[in-house]
Write a protein that binds this ligand. Structure first.
Ligand code: HEM
Length: 148
């Protein structure tokens, strides 16, 4: 990645030192927080769900859908956005200039989108490690698949 940045040209010019350092800072933060959270959540889930652990060991082909499912259920990232135009969403007013948090962890457990996968009142979150990824595709999945 660093070689790619060093070789990159915009309008024939290399990136400035400031751009390079800023991009590397972003890569460092974006690459560390996300991955340790996601890996930790996977390990925590598998440590607490022997049935899923045994299924993955017996059938490693389930790993890609299991990863999609872990990223849905234990989403490690919540993004922020600045409101650029006054509006209302679900009856909630948004004024220009305000900051919002778009909670992936909440959206990924929205019962209207994932009706069969949401926590029942008494049991733990349902994780369907063999579920088709089409109902949920992780933001970075396309890149990840392309690199495989
Ligand atoms: C489980 C792993 C990861 C997840 C769930 C994840 C998720 C995300 C999400 C949701 C965004 C969009 C943020 C936004 O629009 O505000 C994002 C952006 C970004 N991610 Fe990741 N990410 C992961 C791993 C990584 C890794 C390993 C790297 C680099 C080594 C990385 C680099 C970036 C960068 C540079 C951006 C900003 C792109 C831009 O400026 O538009 N991410 N990631």
């Amino acid at each position: 990645m660093i070689t790619y940045l060093l070789d990159a040209r915009i309008d024939g010019e290399p990136l400035s030192d400031d751009s390079m350092v800023g991009t590397l800072r972003l890569l460092l933060l974006a690459g560390i927080d996300t991955t340790w959270s996601a890996i930790g959540a996977c390990l925590w889930h598998l440590a607490n769900h022997a049935d899923d652990r045994k299924r993955l060991v017996a059938d490693p082909q389930l790993i890609p859908t299991a990863i999609e499912e872990f990223l849905r259920a234990y989403a490690p990232v919540t993004v922020g956005r600045r409101v650029v135009k006054e509006t209302q969403i679900g009856g909630c007013p948004f004024r220009e200039g305000e900051m919002t948090l778009l909670s992936f962890p909440a959206a990924n457990r929205d019962p209207s989108v994932f009706p069969s996968l949401i926590m029942s009142s008494s049991t733990a979150l349902r994780i369907a490690i063999s579920r088709s990824a089409s109902a949920f595709t992780a933001v970075s999945a396309r890149t990840w698949r392309a690199w495989k």
